[in-house]
Design a binder for this molecule. Sequence first.
Ligand code: NAP
Ligand code: GLV
Length: 312
Amino acid sequence: MHITVCLTDLKPDAWVSGLQHEFPEAHVSVWQPGAPPADHAVVWSPPQRMLDEQPGLRGLFNIGAGVDALLKLRMPLHTRIVRVEDAGMAVQMAEYVCHALIRHFREFDAYEVDARQGSWGYRAPRLRSQFPVGVMGLGVLGERVAKAVAQFDFPVNGWSRSPKDIAGIRSFAGHQSLDAFLAESRVLVCLLPVTPDTRGILRRETLTKLNGGAPGGYVINVARGAHLVEADLIPLLDAGQLDGATLDVFETEPLPADHPFWRHPKITVTPHASARTLREESIAQIVSKIRAVEGGAGFDGMAGVVDLERGY
Ligand code: NAP
Ligand code: GLV
């Protein structure tokens, strides 16, 4: 068996040695142009050339949850795409979203300003019943986030393609329920994959429906920059329609130094760091899947296999 590793902009050595350790009999190497044919590839944002030169790949194992970069490429006919599912990302995402939500809800930024001025000032307690949280995407990450938020007694709504039955989460499904979901939510968390249906879904028209159309909405985008129409956000913040946003992902990454999001007082920026791929957990997951394929189980029924029709 030959496994090729192609992690654009990431250091591949520890991945190669981790995979080699698990498959001592296999040939594991870093992909380079002209590399010999491989059975499986472990990738992050590979170039088209790699796929063009590897028409016999059986499995393309993506070391992230999102496969939007891969789906822009021409795939070899019989290659199956498998993404990493959770592998330590869900708990990170839950931490990140709960932190952003609670920081906003409990006005910790304002306390921080007070503290720097030596000012001992209380703020009126807010009612969490007035801060319903809407989680867009109730997949591996969204479900974990929704449950974590519900643990803090916030009302939680979830929006997905198919209806869900998750204790404590009110399920909204499909495009026809989007307006009701938005109207019933005040803090909006995006954990959707980027597909033709979800690209640009965070835009003026949808964001103004939050909180029943009243001011006070808050946006947490931890999915992809392509979900947000960036030009729509600052006018909504400046007009007071939205109270703020925490953004981890951007149309252009790294976020350009002169981008207004960096300096806007109501926007918190983090550098696509909400849920990092954890190497050991991810290698363990990929290894068990390659073993299953090589053992004859194939890809049918395997968790994380991407449905090309759905786009995620
Ligand atoms: P997932 O398990 O595939 O879940 C996707 C969810 O989105 C599902 O609940 C799905 O509905 C829903 N969905 C898809 N299209 C929809 C549509 N048109 N309308 C309504 N709901 C729709 O994905 P995941 O593992 O949770 O990851 C989600 C995304 O997070 C990834 O695609 C990636 O872009 C992003 N991500 C970001 C970071 C970061 O560091 N910022 C890290 C990891 C992942 P069904 O359940 O009905 O199919
Ligand atoms: C990171 O953004 C991922 O998709 O895993």
